[in-house]
Design a protein. Structure first.
Length: 464
């Protein structure tokens, strides 16, 4: 059955402003494996909805949750329950078959493994890359030797090494003798990006000794023959920290130089943790500490929560019980950020989370792991328009829905800008419509789309 979609749209934008809010927490699963500590997202099966995979540090499980397309998720058959102390987790196509596989580290097994996805979300084969990564913990992936295949970098926390494995394109890996580093004590995080614009991946490494921790950059000296070696910068980005938890290369201020966004946890009797921005000013890094109510910062991500074209900073807390658990800092541009706004204060140890447009409505939602209570939670983003006088509202209808070729609009009294997004949040169609004009969607592939009018209000339609 085809329907009309009715909603009110503000056509006089001078009296309106946008605000990003999140609906209250919805718990996807109240009984995950013990201590969920890793999360990643992606298209795991054959539909177009972004799924969730988590790993538990004490329960030793890898679990994937199918996105049903309606803000609900269903736990599937366990991927694994034999890895001990899972700390690293990635969804990545390692054998070039077009399907996202699962890559994981197990600290207590000293193991780096990957699970083959058959395309329908069945992970039937565990492939062991190594059983001898001493204290396998942090991982990242990328084409380190520029042979077009995805390689793997991993931190060996106990042996003080950051090593990498080259992929031959089929998911067969070789340990490279030239390590990224073997000089640091207790490396916990590695992040790969081309920081100097020379066409190869460099490495950001931070340690978690919980005393005198460092933030270091290792530059890739890749030569055309494919030989890889890394050189540590002569000057450390930061020293004397206390338990660095996360760190990524990001262009925080939009100046085209990759900065570093990092967190420092509060552990035991140690000092209060911090959220750091280390800015690359072209001749070194300067440190900025954000003011936050979270005294045990865990994961910081750089994502555009309010759809204004600027990536914002999102921060979670590793603190137990009462306190703010997820907050965000709106990016005002040029390295200026607003004071934190609280997204949630109902969790206990939200060490990790993921940000994606899970419901395909054009804005970014949040899925978080609650380490202390073994919960997987979901927060739906509701980007709304406020303070619009009723006199400036009119009812718009969109039909037919579903549709094969055209969408019709009723209720316009002036031109309107229409933008269409697919389920991944990718913009696929932009059109300025005159009064009475139809929108041609015949060239879109079948699926669910989000349509926005004047970049303010949105709804969904189905192309069949």
């Amino acid at each position: 059955m085809k329907h009309k979609l009715f909603f009110a749209i503000a056509l006089i934008s001078a009296f309106s402003f946008a605000q990003t809010t999140f609906l209250p927490k919805v718990t996807i699963n109240t009984a995950t494996g013990d201590a969920p500590y890793s999360i990643d997202t992606g298209l795991i099966d054959s539909d177009n909805f972004i799924d969730i995979v988590i790993a538990t540090n004490l329960g030793n499980t890898i679990e994937w949750y199918k996105n049903n397309g309606d803000n609900t998720f269903t736990l599937q058959t366990l991927v694994s329950n034999v890895l001990d102390g899972i700390g690293g987790l990635k969804l990545v196509d390692l054998n070039n078959d077009g399907y996202l596989d699962i890559l994981a580290t197990a600290y207590n097994n000293d193991r780096l493994v990957w699970f083959t996805n058959d395309g329908a979300g069945n992970f039937l084969v565990q492939n062991v890359i190594s059983n001898s990564v001493s204290g396998a913990s942090g991982i990242d992936v990328g084409d380190i030797n520029n042979d077009t295949f995805i390689d793997v970098a991993v931190t060996a926390y106990d042996s003080g090494e950051v090593i990498w494995y080259s992929n031959n394109g089929t998911g067969t890996f070789t340990l490279e003798t030239e390590k990224i580093d073997n000089t640091l004590s207790a490396p916990g995080v590695v992040n790969l990006k081309d920081i100097d614009g020379d066409g190869d991946l460099d490495a950001l490494v931070v340690t978690a000794v919980y005393s005198g921790d460092v933030v270091e950059i290792f530059r890739n000296n890749l030569v055309p023959s494919g030989t890889v070696s890394f050189t540590k910068d002569a000057i450390s980005v930061a020293t004397g920290k206390f338990g660095m938890f996360s760190a990524t290369f990001e262009d925080i201020d939009g100046d085209a130089n990759l900065d570093i966004l990092a967190t420092e946890v509060s552990y035991g009797n140690g000092p209060t943790g911090n959220l750091y921005w280390f800015e690359d000013n072209g001749s070194g890094f300067t440190e900025t500490v954000f003011t936050t109510s979270i005294n045990n910062p865990a994961l910081a991500l750089f994502k555009d929560l309010d759809n204004d074209g600027l990536k914002d900073i999102v921060l979670s807390s590793g603190k137990t019980n009462a306190g703010n658990d997820i907050v965000w800092f709106k990016n005002n541009g040029s390295g200026s950020f607003a004071a934190e706004e609280v997204i949630d204060a109902t969790q206990s140890q939200a060490f990790v989370y993921a940000i994606e447009d899970f419901d395909g409505d054009g804005d970014l939602d949040i899925a978080s792991c609650e380490y202390n209570l073994d919960n997987l939670n979901y927060f739906e983003n509701q980007k709304i328009v406020l303070s619009v006088p009723n006199s400036d509202l009119q009812t718009i209808s969109i039909f037919p829905n579903p549709t094969k070729d055209f969408l019709n609009f009723e209720g316009f009294n002036s031109n309107v800008n229409v933008t269409v997004y697919d389920v991944l949040g990718k913009q696929v169609l932009v059109k300025a419509l005159s009064v009475g004009e139809k929108l041609d969607v015949s060239n879109l592939t079948n699926g669910i789309y989000t349509i926005k009018l004047n970049d303010k209000l949105s709804t969904k339609f189905i192309k069949e």
